[in-house]
Write a protein that binds this ligand. Structure first.
Ligand SMILES: *Cc1c(COP(=O)(O)O)cnc(C)c1O
Length: 389
């Protein structure tokens, strides 16, 4: 029997047809489909500008560059995230630091952030950019984080890789009301997919045009942005900064546009699955995910937290038992600074106590639109068995 994965894509015939149509068209890349996808996402989120790229990792990189992150700068994020949320700062030559998590939402703790900022201000080591991550699809408390950014003068990049289709205080995640830039991922386990892909959204036209340049070699073909050259020479484009090739193809964008048609359906299916888990898992020695009333999650992940003092099994026993029973559970996440690469930079075990406690107790169980009631039943049975209940 194949493993039930923790996440997977949902591809329809319409998705396939949309991709095939582009493959038969004049442009496989740099055609009209990428801007159309950008427009679809920007319109959905209520944001002015969107820059599609080949991954969220690339989007985080160009977002940092556009905000001027460089050598000598400091970037803060949460330790409970994928490594890409921190690596983007290192690409720019900046230093990364971590703010511990909230014990109920598992997002970056606003209280810890406020304390850490007060200390950093005294030491003259305030961050240039903060990257809050909407873990599992649940938005961080952006209004409070934004208020701190005004007080201390840092910029905000929301890593919303888990959260497209979610809402915060009644508005779509990604509208950048409380941030400078928001980043989405379109990896197949995320809410919508383009295979690989990502996008950076902003309401600031200057940040948008910088990100467009970083996406494509640092080149511009807008006359206003070009340096003056002799009139008799042909300058139809200029490289004005050092950029990359982070472009999304029109083939990928076609899949993205088609997936956007079903985004609300995907998210409501994820909600139905989460609600069913909440019922089926009630009474077991574990904590189901707590939801802050201000939000509507994208439900990218459903994370259970084991009450290890109430069971005779270890975290590892439960994880391995579930894998053996064909449940493709995962762990989101190992605290980033515990990675060997980060430990080499000097981070020590115990740096963020809440994050480490979380890491030792959590398991992500399957959640994706195609997860049937029957498969969900199998997952819950396997959990009971793993806990020996
Ligand atoms: C998936 C993910 C990324 C990276 O996304 P890619 O599109 O695979 O580059 C970054 N941050 C978080 C929180 C993620 O979950």
């Amino acid at each position: 029997m194949p493993m039930i994965p923790y996440g997977r894509q949902d591809i329809s015939q319409a998705d396939i047809d949309a991709v095939v149509e582009v493959m038969r068209s004049d442009f496989l890349t740099q055609g009209p489909t990428v801007p159309a996808f950008e427009k679809a996402v920007a319109t959905y989120c209520g944001t002015q500008h969107a820059v599609a790229v080949n991954s969220a990792t690339s989007a985080l990189h160009i977002a940092c560059l556009a905000l001027g992150v460089g050598k000598g700068d400091i970037v803060w994020t949460t330790p409970i995230t994928f490594v890409a949320s921190a690596n983007c700062a290192l690409y720019c030559g900046a230093v990364v630091d971590f703010v511990d998590i909230d014990p109920s939402t598992y997002n970056l703790s606003v209280e810890c952030l406020a304390e850490k900022l007060a200390i950093a201000e005294k030491r003259g080591s305030l961050p240039k950019v903060l990257i809050p991550v909407h873990l599992c699809g649940q938005s961080c408390d952006m209004e409070s984080i934004h208020a701190l950014s005004q007080q201390y003068g840092f910029k905000i990049i929301e890593d919303a890789s888990h959260a497209i289709g979610g809402r915060y205080k009644g508005e779509p995640v990604g509208n950048c009301r409380y941030s400078d830039i928001t980043v989405f991922s379109f990896h197949p386990v995320k809410i919508i997919t383009t295979g690989e892909g990502g996008m950076a959204l902003t309401n600031d036209p200057e940040l948008a045009s910088r990100m467009q340049r970083y996406r494509s070699h640092g080149i511009t073909s807008t006359p206003d942005e070009m340096v003056a050259r002799p009139d008799n020479e042909i300058w139809n484009y200029q490289q004005i900064t050092l950029g990359y090739n982070y472009r999304m193809t029109d083939i990928h964008a076609a899949l993205g546009i088609s997936q956007m048609q079903r985004i609300d359906e995907f998210v409501s299916k994820r909600h139905a699955i989460a609600e069913r888990y909440n019922e089926l898992l009630a009474g077991l020695p574990l904590t189901t995910p707590w939801q802050h009333p201000y939000g509507y999650s994208g439900w990218h992940l459903y994370v259970i937290r084991l009450k290890l003092d109430e069971i005779r099994k270890t975290h590892k026993d439960v994880y391995e038992s579930l894998r053996k029973q064909g449940i493709g559970v995962n762990l989101h996440y190992i605290p980033v600074y515990r990675q060997p690469f980060y430990e080499k930079m000097g981070f020590k075990v115990g740096y963020c106590a809440e994050a480490e406690q979380y890491f030792q107790e959590v398991v992500s169980i399957p959640v994706y639109p195609g997860l049937t009631i029957e498969l969900q039943g199998q997952v819950v049975e396997a959990i009971r068995k793993a806990l020996e209940i």
